[in-house]
Design a protein around this ligand. Structure first.
Ligand SMILES: Cc1cc2nc3c(=O)[nH]c(=O)nc-3n(C[C@H](O)[C@H](O)[C@H](O)COP(=O)(O)OP(=O)(O)OC[C@H]3O[C@@H](n4cnc5c(N)ncnc54)[C@H](O)[C@@H]3O)c2cc1C
Length: 398
């Protein structure tokens, strides 16, 4: 029997899978990009300028640019963190953004397939089969691949089937409502500002947000606490912010994984990336930039594997990613653990955000996705202030 064999089947056409598919196709490999479609990924859509630079994303895909973040404490007190001259927080609408990335992958040489992935199967051929259905209840079909890339998001089926322990990834559940934007009064709602609520009543362990998206806005909340009503929290926010009168466009939610998997590959021919590998920044829940970066590293590693046949090449994707971003993830994890655990700490956290050094380093780290080493004394100062805030001795270090 003459069967097609792809170098790579990429499952999932979100930011991760579409990036991996484009890179692999540009490297000369035959690629099938499988995406189930039919649903817009629930997402706040906030992205750093570095994402646009690294991945050649046109500015025209941004529906808004926020120039300030307003941090709101449990007491209702707020602190504005202006971005300044160094950049902005970009906003993308995921229906348009993801489709643009998938089309770019197609134009780079990947084949697109609208289908739902089912299983990885093995027979006596050395290369695995990917089974899928083009529509619900339709017949099972199969395609063979030298390498399978799981970019199918949080609670990835590819990861659960192929990587031990992947079914136990800890997640925050996030829910948001897309509304028609209210008038831009610059106070209760500002089309150029992201509002971030650190209030236990809205989220006992994460945060709630209002992000501007031009014509629309995302009002959302995240929590890992299963008994907490996310819908109730968003409804409360809309009431308190006088946003109930705005038309609701969509209501949707999804899990956000908060810990990178220990292994991304099966030591043979399957590798995962993006949310499927758990690479979302703790404390912020930022995942788009990391999904695309992880996707790129997976494409490089898979390309090397396809050229050399050495399965150990696959391991390099994770080690490269963790070398570059592991420290930031660790710091953000500690921040979430300390600062999001009680209203008392949240209040101090917001006070700390009033500090100019904290604001500068936070924005530089966000924009550049690196810890800035140019100002070591600023880090020491922040560390001391951080400790003082945590211990409730803020006045002593002023
Ligand atoms: C409410 C919410 C708000 C968020 N806000 C932000 C934010 O403001 N900024 C930010 O950077 N990150 C945010 N995130 C995180 C961000 O959305 C993810 O980290 C990012 O989308 C991960 O990209 P990905 O390509 O790995 O996965 P996904 O974007 O989830 O893409 C996976 C793709 O796989 C497809 N798929 C899944 N299963 C199958 C299957 N069986 N067969 C075929 N296809 C399949 C899906 O349809 C999907 O297109 C938010 C997440 C949530 C839930």
């Amino acid at each position: 029997m003459n069967e097609t064999i792809y170098d790579a089947v990429v499952v999932g056409g979100g930011p991760c899978g579409a990036t991996t598919a484009a890179d692999l196709a540009l490297a000369g490999h035959s690629v099938l990009l499988m995406e189930r479609g039919g649903r817009i990924k629930p997402c706040g859509g906030a992205v750093p300028p570095r994402m646009l630079e690294d991945f050649d994303i046109p500015q025209s895909l941004l529906v808004a640019r926020a120039r300030c973040a307003r941090m709101i404490a449990p007491s209702g007190r707020s602190v504005d963190m202006p971005v300044g001259e160094i950049g902005y927080v970009g906003m993308v609408d995921r229906d348009e953004f993801d489709e643009w990335l998938r089309e770019r992958a197609r134009m780079s040489g990947a084949e697109r397939l609208s289908a739902v992935f089912e299983k990885v199967e093995r027979d006596d051929n050395p290369h695995p089969l990917v089974t899928f259905r083009r529509k619900r209840g339709g017949p099972i079909e199969r395609v063979r691949a030298r390498c399978i890339i799981g970019a199918d998001g949080a609670r990835s089926s590819v990861a659960k089937q192929c990587l031990p322990g992947a079914e136990r990834v800890k997640c925050v559940f996030a829910y948001h409502e897309i509304i028609k934007s209210p008038a831009n009064d610059g106070e209760a709602f500002d089309a150029n500002r992201c509002d971030v609520f650190y209030q236990g009543k809205l989220s006992p362990d994460f945060y709630a947000w209002v992000f501007p998206h031009g014509e629309t806005a995302s009002i959302g909340v995240g929590s890992a606490n299963k008994g907490f009503s996310l819908r109730g929290a968003v409804s409360q926010m809309r009431t308190e912010l006088d946003l109930t009168r705005c038309e609701t466009v969509r209501r949707e939610g999804a899990p956000i994984p908060l810990k990178p998997l220990k292994r991304w590959d099966n030591g043979k021919d399957v590798i995962v990336a993006g949310d499927a590998a758990g690479i979302v920044a703790p404390a912020s829940g930022e995942g788009i930039y990391y999904a695309m970066t992880g996707g790129r590293y997976v494409a490089d590693a898979a390309s090397e594997f396809l050229k050399t046949g050495e399965a150990k090449a696959l391991k390099r994707a994770r080690s490269r990613f963790m070398k570059e971003h592991g420290r930031v993830f660790w710091i953000l994890g500690m921040m979430q653990y300390f600062w999001y655990s009680s209203d008392k700490r949240r209040e101090r956290f917001v006070t700390m955000c009033d500090d100019k050094d904290v604001q500068q380093l936070t924005w530089q780290a966000y924009m550049n996705k690196k810890l800035v080493r140019k100002k070591p004394m600023a880090h020491v100062k922040i560390f001391l202030k951080d400790c003082a805030h945590l211990l409730g001795m803020r006045a002593a270090t002023r």
